[in-house]
Design a protein around this ligand. Sequence first.
Ligand code: ZN
Length: 296
Amino acid sequence: MSTRCSVCGGDRLADHLAVGGEQGPEGLIPTTDRFGTALSDIVRCDDCGHMQLREIPSDAELERAYGQAASDDYLDEEAGQRATARDLLERLERHVERGPLLDLGCWVGFLLDEARARGWDPVTGVEPSEFASSHARDQLGLDVRTADLMAADLPTGHYRAVVMGDVIEHLPDPGAALDRISALLAPGGGVMLMLPDAGSRLARVMGARWWSVIPTHVQYFTRGSLGVLLETHGFALRHLGTTPKAFTVRYYLERIGGYSRPVAGALVAGAEAVGVAERMWAPDFRDRMVAIAVRR
Ligand SMILES: [Zn+2]
């Protein structure tokens, strides 16, 4: 049972969303819908506004949840992910000089490949998935190690930038991750984090049905609570903005299937009929954020 806020350490955690699922023979069974299921209910810190699971899960529980969350969307959507990566790198370069770059949780390596093309040198990735890390090495010729994100053997005081996309919201101890990143950074270096914004208007309106309420998410950051975490761990915030995920029209339409399968099927068929299903579309729902902060 977590009795302390993962961000500020406060102990005034109030009930926020009842979304805890039940473990059945096939894994986590949603109590209501396909969306809105977590490993336990979500609580909110009265002091800093951060939200987190009431019970912080064990590694074993998280690994089971990851098995269920395996996704093969990510290779099909290469053009969109590369466009998003270029936009993020351009923002990073306004605050941090190019140099050695590390991507913790780099998946198949699209951001690393784009960074290399923009003059970051060398670029290194760490990725626990055997499938994704071997794709990065074999198809893109990248230096990507297959390892646990926080345990990989890396030089300290070395990197100009450490990137962590869609990772920190999965971590039982996000502060420890920032301390690790701080140790890896060279003086003047910066961190770039991309993650869902649980304080966004969309997240607040959707509640338990917001698509980021999924079993592998442990932390639900707001802009405020992310800022508190960064400041507490020795970082000065330089940029906080929204970042859409650029995907094809087909991807977004198919995701609607999580709410209504017949509707999604009809929409995909309609989009195919008019020839737009593979066209890139980056709607900014303003419910994903990017933070860039430099080591003080
Ligand atoms: Zn707090």
